[in-house]
Every structure is written in C-alpha cells, then in structure tokens.
Design a protein around this ligand. Structure first.
Ligand code: ADP
Ligand code: MG
Length: 700
C-alpha cells in the first residue's frame, strides 16, 4: 500500500456512487439514485440489475460470499454469510445473486434479543436492504447494510428507528423552511462526526487478565505510581507501535470509504482518539460500527488489543465518543450555522431554539440513549460530562439570546437592539464557542457536540433520540407558525417563549463541579439519573411514549422491548463482572497472597532459626496486614456471591436492575478495595496479573 496514493484506493472496497455509475445502465442508475436520494420504491427489475452488477464487482474484488449486515440490539453488528455459488447442470458452479437476495434476507435470528417482540412462531425475522448506505467488501464477503425486523413489522435493530427519525426530522424541518420561503429543499439531513476514543494494550498482558478478557475492563488493579498527572500524553508524540497501528487502521478504513481524518493521543496513557469527517447519520452509524470492529482486527495484527470499554481502568480517564451533530438541507445549507442575512439569522435562531427545547424537554431520553453499565462509570466521574444534561452555548450566543429574551440591546461589537428578521447577528468567532469541555451538550459554532456517549455505544441510539426530539420541537413550531397571521411577530414571540421556558437547560459554567449538580437538580429541577437502572424505566414515561409513537419512530411494543433489552444488557454485564471478580479473587488473588505470606513466614522462621532473638518486625508486619486483607477478601467474596444469587429472585427486570445497582455493584467495590491494597503489599513476582503500570505503559 505504501507506494499508492490514498486517492487511488480510497473507497476501493465500496460499491459507491462511482462504481454504480460505471457498472449500471443509465436507467438503472437513475432509479437507484432516486431510491437513495428520495426514498422512492425500488422496482424488482432494478434490484435484479443492481444485484448482478454488485455481484460481478464483488467477485472481481475477491468476494465469494455475501451477507446482510445488520445491527441487532446487542449493540454490535451481525452477519450470516451465504456464498454466491449455485450448482450448474454440468457439475460446475456459477456465481449467482438475485435482486430478491439483495433486497431481503431471512437470517435464523431467533437468538438475537427481541424483548418479547418475536413470538417463536415468527422466530426468523427478516433483513431489508438499506440502499442509502453503500455495500462494501470485508475480507471475502460482500456486506449489504440492512434493517432487521420481525415479521410483525417491529424493528429489532438500531437502524430502522434511526432511519425513521431522520425521516421525521426532515419532514418537520422542511415545513419550517417553507415558512421561510425555501421552496427548493427536498430533504433535510442530519449529519454526525463521531470522535472515537480507545485504549491499546499488548495482547500478551491482556491474555493474562481474565477481567479484561471477559468484561473489557479491569476489575482489580492498584493505582500506578505514574498515571495521567503530568498531562504528558495528551497530543503527545505517538509511539512507533501505536503509529504503525494507526497507519494500518487508516488504510483499512479508507478502503472502506470511511473518512478517518484525525488521530491523536488522549489524556490517559495508552488512550487515543480517531475522528472521521462527518457524514449523514445513517452512514456515520454504519461507519462507526465498522470502525470499532476494524480497530479490534487491526490491533490483533499488531499484537495489541483495542479496548473500547468506557472505563477500562479505575482512576484513569475513561473513553467516550463525542457525537458532533448538525442538520443541513440537501443542497448543503447548514441550518445550525448563523447566516449572512437577517432572515437567515432568524431561521438559525429558530432551529437553535428547537434544539434547546428538545434537549430540555427530553433530557431523560438523551441520558438513557447513552446508558450502559460501562458508561455509568464515566458519567459523573469528574472526567466526562455528568449524568445531568445541560447545554453550553458560549458567551456570545448566550448574550444574543438574553438580549432577545429581555428586549434589551445586545452589547456585542456595537450596541444593537436585536429585532429578528431585521438585524444581522454578529459573526461568532468559532474559537470562543468551543472552550467548554465539561458540557454534555455544547454548541460549537455550526454544530452541537453531544459528549455523553460512551466509547462502545452505537451512535444510533443517541441520534434517534436527538433527531426525534428536535423533530418534535419543529413540529410544534410549524403548527403554530403556519397558522400565524403575522409570521415575524409570531416567530419573535415563539423564540422569546422558548428562551423563557427553557433557560434552565443552558449552563456555560463548569459541568464537573459538584456545586453545579446541586444547582441543576435542586434549583433548576433538571433530571439526574446516575445509573442505567435509574434512567431506563423512563423510556416508557407518558410524554416520551407520546412523542416517539406519534412521530412514528417507535411503536409502543418496540419501546417496551427496548427498555427490557437495555436493562437486561445492564444486569447481564454486571453479573458477568461480579462472577469474574469472585473467580479471580478466590482462585488467583487469594492463593497469590497466601503463597507470598507463607514464603515471608518461612523466611522469618529461617532467620529465627539462626538468630532466635530476632523480632522479624518486617515479616510479621506484612503477614498480619495480609492476613487481615485476606479475611476481608473472603468475607466480601461470600457477600458478593450472595448478592449475585439474590438477583435470581427478582420479580422482573426493573427490580433486578435495581438490585444490581443497590447490592451487587457496591459489594464489587468493597471486594476490590482489599484486593488492590494487597496488590501493593505483595511481591511483584507473586501477583498473578500485569499491573496498571504494565498495562498503561506497555505499548512501545
Ligand atoms: P472541534 O475542533 O470543534 O472538535 P473538528 O473540526 O475537529 O471540531 O470536528 C470534530 C468532529 O466534528 C469531526 O468528526 C468533524 O467531521 C465533525 N464536524 C465538523 N463539522 C460538522 C458539522 N457541520 N456537522 C457534524 N459534524 C461536524
Ligand atoms: Mg471535538
């Protein structure tokens, strides 16, 4: 690859527009384009022609199989490979692929989570081609992005509601644009650039840690002598082993048409980030899933393991995924960008208000869209935005809004009274808007950055909620404005009302400050759901059900199933962690401590045999401390086993998740504490695991 220019192989494994144009007849290309751009129904004859061309192209690129690639509610992607081969009468085989196979698949999907949506008689479910995301080749397989539904028509995946949410957002935003005299826009598209954080550790060390292997995070581990105190890793020089990984990763991503753009070291040692150039929400979601998968594959080739868990190491920064989100027309006008004319500015302010209202009205949905057992460790841990949602707008924009709110002159570059539709907004300096790193939801000049996502989250969930909530604000605005006699006055009033009603969600201060959480919850009445068990049940709150079902993003049954599946994921992951801890503590940690204490005792006895009057204070100190710790470890192990067993008696998943939060997780911390203390007292050679220092500084 080294002597090829990136432009020569970028997208070489993607059946993208260039390939379609080259391989399809003009008629077929036109109809497919119409389906992709405008969502029109695809004719089977067109599908057959596309399938044929896709197969020929894929076979030319070494593919032997195809798969419908989809995103079940497990949060990762799934695929079942079928080969193209079909027997021919003369005993040989031909490579075949029909339009029917392209459009619809029937994976034996009975073991994907459905939260009760799929009765066993309809256990199979089906996948349906999503022509808006290009097919691509991975290894020897042509992957066709698809949605996954039950035969009853219920969505069993993350893509279906995401596509629905994009559709409703487009519909409502177009109503607003028409009111502003835009008759040409055909669609409004939401786009995302997700910044992906991750850790790299060596495979050799990873293999020695059952906690990393089974749960993706360390469940034990004393703080290393050096952590991230010096801030010397952030944007620091990239080590050769990591640089080689990044280069290889970029090549793989580029071949798949993924616009990997920036990469740098993050705050914690061994932590890095990759950001792609933004693209439509749907493709960005597919690409992010692929990116996470390919990161792990490429790491393996370099003798490394890529950790995507939100909190692989206690006491060290966790990993998130910043979701940079904006909405634009099909002709590329960014609706979150302040414009050059007064009219454009009024339109910008209305879209801005729609987002403010959406975030305030549906704080709970945004919070729960990022909730997992892993991400609970991050939110509120003084490194990631808290579990309380607020918005950062920056001083300049806040001052403008305040001036509108109070009908007073805006003290910007020159004193002007802001009359919407008349005055031009000042040009915001991009730099002044992006300095608050502690806000969960920050305006960064022409987009919003939602920072609560965890590194392993699918970005689908957050964007489904964001698109839907903003669509709902726009729907309410459009309903009112379409009926208004005097558009400009109605608009002005509505913006003022939004600011009055929702000013509590705007906070430009330090989101990591404990005083803020107090103010947010006690004075402003913002919601604070620290854990998945706290927030997830609110998916079914009346206002949320009403909004999501009336827009057609989810059915009520889908919401029930999703809540249950998310809570099941939470309880299952914590139970796996608890069981892993018990096993590690009993079978490796306690025996290691015992072995060391016994050897220390032996050495004391040997010394005394030579000099009987020796006190052996050093040895007895170690032995008595370790004995105390080992007693505590044994007691906490038993307690944890009991807490785990007790969850079996829960009457439903809500009660079970509450037990996980209230009894299992706290005992896990209590078991960890004495083990970590013991690690610091036990000789290095006795300890069964690579230490935090080994893991964090092990990659060269
Ligand atoms: P910042 O320095 O503010 O973090 P960057 O330009 O580095 O901004 O972008 C961070 C991420 O935001 C990238 O993935 C980028 O592609 C994405 N991004 C930039 N502009 C937009 C936009 N208008 N809509 C969505 N994402 C965007
Ligand atoms: Mg950023």
């Amino acid at each position: 690859m080294s002597n090829l220019a990136v432009s020569d192989y970028f997208g070489s494994m993607v059946f993208d527009d260039r390939v379609m144009r080259a391989k399809l007849s003009a008629d077929v290309y036109e109809s497919l384009r119409k389906t992709i751009d405008e969502g029109s129904v695809l004719d089977i004859s067109v599908a057959n022609a596309v399938a044929q061309a896709m197969k020929d192209w894929a076979v030319d690129h070494g593919a032997t199989h195809f798969t419908h690639w989809f995103q079940p509610l497990t949060g990762i992607t799934a695929e079942k490979h079928d080969s193209f081969i079909s027997p021919s009468p003369n005993g040989s085989v031909i490579m075949e692929f029909s339009g029917k196979e392209l459009i619809k698949g029937e994976p034996d999907a009975s073991s994907f989570p459905s939260g009760g949506l799929r009765a066993t008689f309809e256990a199979r479910g089906y996948t349906a081609w999503d022509p808006t995301s290009y097919a691509f080749i991975k290894g020897k397989t042509l992957c066709i992005p698809t949605a996954f539904c039950s035969y009853g028509g219920h969505a069993l995946d993350k893509k279906t509601p995401l596509l629905r949410s994009m559709e409703v957002l487009s519909k409502q935003a177009l109503r607003i644009l028409r009111l502003f005299g835009n008759d040409t826009a055909k669609r409004v598209v939401s786009s995302v650039g997700p910044e992906q954080e991750y850790f790299l550790v060596t495979r050799e060390m990873y293999d020695k840690r059952p906690d990393l292997r089974f749960t993706g995070r360390t469940l034990f581990g004393a703080k290393p002598p050096k952590g991230q105190e010096l801030d010397d890793h952030y944007f620091g020089v990239i080590k050769p082993g990591v640089a080689a990984f990044m280069e290889d990763l970029n090549n793989e991503l580029w071949k798949l048409g993924i616009l990997a753009k920036t990469e740098h070291n993050e705050v914690a040692p061994a932590q890095h980030e990759l950001a792609p150039i933004y693209t439509t929400t749907n493709i960005a979601t597919d690409h992010n899933q692929l990116t996470m998968e390919i990161m792990q594959k490429v790491a393996a080739r370099h003798g490394l393991v890529c950790l995507l868990h939100e909190k692989p190491f206690a006491g060290v920064n966790g990993s998130g995924k910043h979701n940079n989100w904006s909405i634009a027309t099909d002709s590329g006008q960014n609706l979150l960008s302040p414009g050059a004319t007064p009219y454009e500015n009024a339109q910008f302010l209305l879209f801005l208000c729609a987002v403010i209202k959406a975030v305030d009205d549906y704080q709970d949905l945004l919070r729960l869209s990022v909730a997992t057992a892993g991400n609970d460790h991050r939110l509120g841990a003084n490194e990631a935005p808290p579990a309380v949602i607020s918005m950062f707008l920056g001083d300049e924009l806040s001052a403008v809004l305040e001036a509108i709110d109070s009908d007073t002159p805006y003290e910007g570059t020159k004193k002007t009274k802001m009359k919407l539709g008349v005055d031009v907004l000042p040009r915001f300096n991009r730099d002044t808007t992006d300095r608050n790193r502690t806000s969960p939801f920050a305006f960064t000049g022409n987009k919003f950055e939602f920072r609560m996502l965890g590194s392993s989250n699918s970005i689908a969930c957050a964007n489904i909620m964001l698109n839907s909530a903003v669509a709902e604000s726009l729907r309410i605005y459009a309903d009112r404005l379409e009926k208004a006699d005097d558009f400009e006055t109605a608009l002005h009033e509505m913006i003022k009302k939004t600011l009055k009603d929702h000013e509590r969600i705007i906070f430009n201060g330090n989101g990591y400050d404990d005083a803020w959480i107090k103010e947010a919850t006690e004075e402003r009445g913002l919601t604070n759901y620290p854990t998945t068990a706290d927030c997830m049940p609110h998916l079914l709150d009346e206002k949320n059900v009403k909004m999501l079902t009336s827009l057609g993003v989810f059915t009520i049954d889908e919401l029930h199933s999703r809540r249950d599946i998310m809570l099941e994921n939470y309880t299952k992951s914590v139970l796996i962690e608890a069981n892993t801890m018990v096993s590690m503590a009993k079978r490796q940690i306690a025996p290691a401590i015992e072995a060391y204490a016994a050897d220390v005792a032996k050495s004391a006895a040997a010394k005394k045999a030579i000099v009987p009057e020796l006190a052996c204070r050093y040895e007895s100190g170690i032995i008595s401390k370790l004995s105390e710790l080992i007693d505590e470890i044994e007691a906490k192990t038993i307690e944890l086993e009991k807490a785990v067993n007790a969850t079996g008696g829960a009457k439903d998943i809500i009660e079970e998740s509450a037990m996980i939060r209230d009894t299992v997780l706290p005992v896990m911390s209590e078991l960890r504490a004495p083990c970590d203390k013991a690690e610091q007292l036990t000789a290095r050679s006795y300890w069964p695991y690579p230490t935090y220092a080994d893991l964090l500084f092990g990659v060269r």
